[in-house]
Design a protein around this ligand. Structure first.
Ligand SMILES: *Cc1c(COP(=O)(O)O)cnc(C)c1O
Length: 220
């Protein structure tokens, strides 16, 4: 098993290389280390190696793991990358520094209420169902303008768009489409790219890549 520092350095080099090819600054791309299913003992070495941004896909799991880690490492940031139920909005706003899965009007109002209550504005990415897949989270492309308008009216800080392209087919067209939608709506953030395709995503404009397996190994 390679050390966390070795794995992180390898991913870092690949990110830097993709940035050079695309003539982008390395600072334009944030690596979100997706630590879902992995225990605190697997996460701590990555923090020690210098990683600061982490992603979890479930509120409950994050609540169980992260308060203790954050006490030890106050400099880390935690992003929610998985679907969020409206009744968990308060917990999510308290725990996370960004939410990548805003995908419906009911969640806009739940998050707006939660942020008002907490006096804390958490940047949100609107998740787009970029491949129009039936079972997939994310708002339909046709519904994106209305959802963005609602989010802005509710004073949610909208950081950008997020997508998970369909499995098993070339992701580049979907990344290009998300980039175009972000540009059309004047949004900076593009949360796209995972272990298998983050370099492609960076070349197509990703600002946040969400990498799990390549940093932590396979999940159970
Ligand atoms: C699990 C997950 C990732 C990380 O996927 P890997 O292939 O392990 O890098 C990225 N984004 C989302 C939304 C995920 O659920």
């Amino acid at each position: 098993m390679e050390s966390a520092a070795t794995l992180l350095a390898a991913i870092e080099e690949r990110i830097a290389h993709a940035c050079r090819l695309a003539e982008r600054e390395r600072a334009e791309v944030t690596l979100v280390a997706v630590s879902k299913t992995h225990p605190a003992e697997a996460i701590a070495p990555l923090i020690a190696a210098g990683q600061r941004m982490f992603g979890e896909n479930r509120v409950q799991e994050a609540q169980a793991k992260w308060p203790a880690l954050r006490e030890r490492y106050p400099q880390v940031e935690l992003h929610l990358i998985g679907q969020l139920q409206s009744n968990k909005a308060d917990e999510a706003v308290a725990l996370f520094d960004a939410i990548h899965s805003l995908d419906r009007p009911s969640l806009v109002s739940a998050l707006a209420r939660a942020m008002d209550k907490a006096g804390r504005r958490v940047p949100c990415f609107v998740q787009v169902n970029i491949g129009a897949e039936e079972q997939k989270g994310g708002c339909a492309i046709s519904e994106l303008p209305a959802l963005l308008a609602e989010a802005r009216a509710a004073r949610l800080p909208v950081a950008g768009l997020m997508c998970v392209p369909p499995l098993g087919i070339e992701p580049a067209p979907f990344f290009a489409l998300l980039d175009k939608l972000a540009r059309d709506h004047g949004l900076e953030g593009r949360s796209m790219g995972m272990s298998g395709d983050f370099e492609t995503a960076i070349m197509l404009g990703a600002t946040h890549v969400r990498v799990g397996t390549a940093l932590f190994g396979e999940r159970e």
